[in-house]
Design a protein around this ligand. Structure first.
Ligand code: SF4
Length: 374
């Protein structure tokens, strides 16, 4: 699996702390550097037959369809595509005009992940999104008209500009648009974002946890009633529309991350990440140097990661895999920490998998961190 991070955005959303630049001045140099990185790292994946290629960001749809195709062509110089490969492009609604969609529909891209976030103007203004409420809706219809059926949309709940009524309407519109996959996150206030500043200055109210909780549970039941499988805490898919890219992350598969700030994982104990700086990334690659740092994950790190990822999914933590991978000391810690939670039914055991029952799923991160080795 390969992930390609496109580090450019039109404007800065108020809640976002990802790596990107709003200047496109060095776009061509960036694309050349990424192609060089693909070449230099082609042998890090022994399996040359890919089942997932993912363009994330930033905003990949800020590139032209020809620029995106040229990156795909570069990947195809060193890899082949599985017959049912999933090639996802993250796209913002304001970029999905007819020209762009025509280019994309003529490419191997077969899945769009659209940053819709909300169908309501007030929410979008607070989030400083570059698109309007009407574009949120029309972009999805337009993509479907171009034959792109495998669409995921991102939705954000718990915004201070929203309410249960608005949230219900967002979900109703989503169902009416017949998208087969939804990724949905609570609005969180990240450090050093505009949203944090506005809340500190009293310009905007803080998101309310109780309200977010209510909206999450409403969504969970509502989407289940409409045929969606809630397969990860933030992800819902119709049968056969689970994201291969996300699933590979959760199953700790090997992946190669290309582009500034992209992470890679060898499927075992080595993780690396590229420098989160566009200029440094370009410069290092111009000298044929990889702009990455590497760390060897300790047993403790691997255990904590396996617990965190597993408890966020419907499948839970596979105890056989846990026993195979970790020493007696870690397994004893795990048994001691999970015992009380099992008695209190905050955790349950099913088919040798440790899971969080539905009603406590909203607290998955907190429950997982109670089991961590610190
Ligand atoms: S478009 Fe995405 S990556 Fe860019 S600022 Fe907005 S949320 Fe962040």
């Amino acid at each position: 699996m390969i992930y390609i991070h496109i580090p450019f955005c039109k404007q800065k959303c108020s809640y976002c702390n990802f790596h990107f630049s709003t200047s496109l001045n060095f776009k061509d140099e960036m694309l050349s550097a990424m192609k060089k990185e693909i070449f230099l790292r082609k042998d890090e994946l022994q399996n040359k037959n890919l089942n997932s290629l993912y363009f994330g960001g930033g905003t990949p749809s800020i590139l032209s369809s020809d620029e995106i195709k040229s990156l795909i062509d570069e990947v195809l110089k060193y890899f082949t595509f599985d017959s049912d490969i999933e090639i996802t492009l993250e796209a913002n609604p304001d970029d999905l005009d007819k020209n762009f969609l025509k280019g994309i529909s003529d490419s191997p891209i077969n899945r769009l992940s659209i940053g819709t976030q909300s169908f309501f103007e007030e929410d979008l203004i607070l989030m400083n999104r570059a698109h309007s409420a009407s574009e949120a809706e029309s972009s999805i219809k337009r993509a479907q008209d171009f034959g792109l059926e495998n669409i995921s949309i991102d939705l954000i709940y718990g915004s201070p500009t929203s309410s249960m009524e608005i949230w219900k309407e967002n979900l109703n519109k989503t169902i009416a648009l017949e998208v087969p996959h939804i990724s949905s996150y609570a609005l969180t206030v990240e450090p050093k974002t505009a949203l944090e500043k506005w809340i500190e200055n009293g310009k905007v109210n803080s998101p309310k946890e109780a309200e977010q909780n209510r909206e999450f549970f409403y969504m969970k039941d509502f989407l289940k009633d409409h045929g969606f499988d809630h397969y990860e805490i933030s992800n819902f898919g119709k049968p056969n529309f689970h994201s291969k890219h996300n699933s590979a992350y959760w199953k700790s598969c090997k992946y190669l991350g290309i582009g500034p700030s992209a992470h890679s994982y060898n499927g075992n104990e080595i993780r690396s990440w590229n420098v989160a700086n566009n200029q440094q990334y370009i410069k290092k690659l111009s000298f044929n140097t990889l702009p990455k740092e590497t760390e060897i994950l300790s047993q403790k790190d691997q255990f904590n990661e396996m617990i965190m990822i597993g408890l966020r999914t419907r499948w839970g933590v596979d105890l056989s895999a846990l026993k195979e991978k970790f020493n007696d000391e870690i397994l004893e810690h795990f048994q001691n920490e999970s015992r009380l939670k099992l008695e209190e039914r905050i955790l349950i055991m099913e088919d040798n998998h440790l899971k969080i029952p539905d009603k406590h799923w909203f607290m998955a991160d907190g429950i997982a961190s109670d089991l961590f080795i610190v």
